[in-house]
Every structure is written in C-alpha cells, then in structure tokens.
Design a binder for this molecule. Sequence first.
Ligand SMILES: [Zn+2]
Length: 333
Amino acid sequence: MVSYKTLGLVNTKEMFAKAVAGGYAIPAFNFNNMEQLQAIIQAASETKSPVILQVSKGARNYANQTLLRYMAEGAVEYAKELGWENPQIVLHLDHGDSFEICKSCVDMGFSSVMIDASHLSYEENVALTKKVVDYAHQYDVTVEAELGVLAGVEDEVQAEESHYTRPEEVIDFATRTGCDSLAISIGTSHGAYKFKPEQCTRDEKTGRLVPPPLAFDILHEIEAKLPGFPIVLHGSSSVPQEYVDSINANGGKLPDAVGIPEEQLREASKSAVCKINIDSDSRLAMTAAIRKVFVEKPGEFDPRKYCGPARDEMKKLYTHKIVNVLGSDGKAE
Ligand SMILES: [Zn+2]
C-alpha cells in the first residue's frame, strides 16, 4: 500500500471546491508516454495551473500501470525543478470499470479514481460506485462516477448511442453513493469523430461540419439540484481544424473530424463543471507535428527530432487550453 500523499500528489477535493466557486475548470489530460507528460507538466508549471494526469485502460495496456505511476511521481519532482514550488497534481484513473482495478490504483498511489458503471442499470451503478467510494475514502482518495452515456470511442470505452443524464436521478445518486464528482452526458462525445455528418450542419463558406450545441439546459437543471457539486465533462476535445488540415496535407486521412467548440467549453467552465477531459486534441497535435517532420525532412530518423517538435506542439496546446478555455492559470501558485 502506497499513499499518494507520500508521492507529493493531491486528491481533487480542494481544487474542485475552488474551481466551482471560482468559475473555472481543471484540465484533465490523458498521458501514455514521456513526451506527453513532459508537455503537460511544462504547461501546468509555467501557468501555475492545477492539473489532473489521467490514466486510461488503453494507457495501462500500452505503457504499464506501475510505470505510469512512477512517471507521475517523477512529474511532481520535475514540476518543482521547473520552479513550481507547490505543484497541485492529481493522478487519476480514467474509466475504471471494476472495483478491482479501482482498488489496485488506490493501493499503488493514485489520488483519484473514476468508476464508470454508467453502462449498468441504475441500481447496479449505485451499488458498484458506493463500493468503490467506501474503499477509496478510507485512504482519502476521491472518486468520480458517471450517470448517462456518452457516444463515441475512447480506447476501450465505446457506445453507439448516447443518452443524456437524467437530472431527476442526480440527487439520489450523489447521496447514496457518496461520490465526490459526477461525469454527466450533455452532448460531448469521445474521440475525434464526435458527430456523424447527419447530426451536424455544414458551414457554407468553409465546408466544415458544425456540431450540435451542448445541452446547457440539462447542465443547469443538474446544477440547480446539486448546488456546488463538482461536475465533469468527458470527451471534450475541440479537434482543432488547423491540426486536421496539417495532418491531411501531410499524407493523413481524417475526413470530417469534428469536436466541441471551445466557446462552449469556456461557457461550461464558468458553471459547476470543474473538470474537463481532453485527450484527442493532444493526439492530433502530436500526429500533426510528427507528420510534418516526416514530410519535410524525409532523411530524419532520430526519434528526438520528431518527438521533440511533437512535445512542443502539445505544450502549446495544453497552455492554450489552460489559459484560453478553462481559465485555470494562476490557480495553483
Ligand atoms: Zn471519458
């Protein structure tokens, strides 16, 4: 049993309370490799933004859960080296799908876990979430739960159809489970293809897809039922079109990739939404940068010469999200 506290990590409790009160949101960035982690920590350190490092099932399979935990521990020390005296870094399990996986993360030093039982029946979701909460809270580890189903594909999480969170369920769910935050479904979606063309309209001038707006009415109804309770948005990449264009111009093939407009996320950040998950955008930044090097310098074969530019591009993206979309800069001085 390793406590996250000895690793210099923090749980989400205090940072969420401040974010809800302050009208901003904490970035939750997924990481799978060193360059991505460096970029996240550089961006968070320079902007003094609290940050959540997320580990998905795909990341655990790709990079190994133990290694990722040690990397997060290293990230705390790296942040201090970069001059961030009091780093506010959470190590969070993204989409835990069983009690056992949540327990193993709590036991190895994660400071926060998500139990995603949203695909089960309501009563089964309550029971499994409560079981995880009862275990995690013994060690002061915070728990995110989910109500409602997001469409899209994220690593091994996928659903064909979404259904919005039902506001009439949230009080009962939060009370009976004791969860610390709640992921809701209001029209965000996993992956870089969040919407089918038939769900969107098309901008006459640019020919680009324009996605349907988020269901702010449902968000506001949930906020009214659970005042001040931390709300989480998954699947909130914006799929920047300059990356899509750059990827396509350099031999890639991402037709009609579309995300959530940043203005809508900025709007959501001002509400009880206090954690916004961003994964696909950093994949796009990395891929765009690497493809560019491969096309412009076909003789290059030193991975540092293409992973380095990819890291720089991801750092730019993370900084932009922190400062211009979530408003979390300067909140962890
Ligand atoms: Zn998710």
